[in-house]
Design a protein around this ligand. Structure first.
Ligand code: HEC
Length: 248
């Protein structure tokens, strides 16, 4: 469910509507058990699907043949259903700067998840200057948005098909708002280490502030040294000694 729909359009992987009519049961079973083995064997249908879906690796499953038959029957039964159910997953929407900021804070753990799940940065990295380097346990997510789109990213965050990640959020589901903001953030970082206008402006203003502090320091040191100027002391001494000489 995190990666496929039945008659609801593509997510991370293809829509499986009427798959029972499009492929043989044997083919479906091999693909479900180990899609990579089928692809490596040179099966042209499998290679096509792999290419069409950005070479995303579908994890292997150790289902029995009868379990696979059950799954195919389930898909077939739901394919004939004309009524399209409304899904939780929404299409791309314009996102606000606020959503992006909130998503970034959730990602790097500066804001806690309502249900206490681990921050994404403990396992994932994002290649951007204003995000501290993250974990390397799991994939770098810098370009995940263009690979999967909004619906795919949201579906994975909502219901991860990866055991490690699923375990981290087991019993600690993210709220719809949190998922939306995280997807907005991932959309904003898509494309990689661009430093962004925000970063440039910040650098400029911190440089300016530093310069002002330095000039202020110089000014203070200069007025001080003027007050007790060396020349001034010598001048005074000279005057004094001249006066003393003249009066002896
Ligand atoms: C406990 C570690 C862990 C945490 C925490 C975690 N993930 Fe993952 N995530 C994984 C693993 C493992 C994968 C499987 C892909 C891989 O091996 O890198 C994955 C895969 C993904 C993918 C698919 C990547 C791809 O290109 O295939 C996305 C998107 C993702 N995670 C988003 C998130 C977000 C957003 C968060 C924070 C809410 C998060 N993850 C938290 C471990 C984690």
């Amino acid at each position: 469910m995190a990666c496929h729909t039945i008659n609801q359009g593509r997510l991370v992987g293809p829509d499986l509507v009427n798959i029972q009519n499009r492929r043989s049961q044997k083919w479906i079973a091999s693909f479900i058990k180990s899609s990579q083995s089928l692809i490596k064997s040179g099966d042209s249908d499998a290679v096509d699907v792999f290419k069409k879906f950005n070479k995303m690796v579908m994890p292997d499953n150790d289902f029995t043949d009868s379990q696979i038959v059950n799954i195919i029957q389930y898909i077939a039964a739901n394919s004939s259903e004309q009524l399209k159910k409304t899904t939780k997953v929404q299409p791309d929407q314009p996102v606000s700067e606020k959503s992006i900021r909130s998503g970034q804070m959730l990602f790097n753990g500066r804001k806690r998840f309502t249900n206490g799940g681990a921050s994404c940065i403990s396992c994932h990295n994002i290649d951007r200057a204003d995000v501290i380097a993250g974990g390397s346990l799991a994939k770098d997510l810098t370009n995940v948005y263009s690979r999967m789109g909004a619906a795919g990213v949201k579906a994975i965050i909502d219901n991860a098909p990866f055991p490690t990640m699923a375990k981290a959020y087991d019993g600690k589901p993210l709220s719809d708002y949190e998922i939306f903001d995280l997807a907005a953030f991932l959309q904003s970082v898509d494309g990689g280490s661009k430093n962004g206008p925000l970063y440039g402006a910040r650098l400029f203003f911190s440089g300016l502030a530093g310069a002002i502090v330095l000039f202020a320091l110089f000014a203070i040191v200069r007025t001080r040294s003027k007050k007790n100027s060396v020349n001034h002391e010598i001048y005074e001494r000279q005057i004094k000694s001249t006066w003393e000489d003249n009066n002896e």
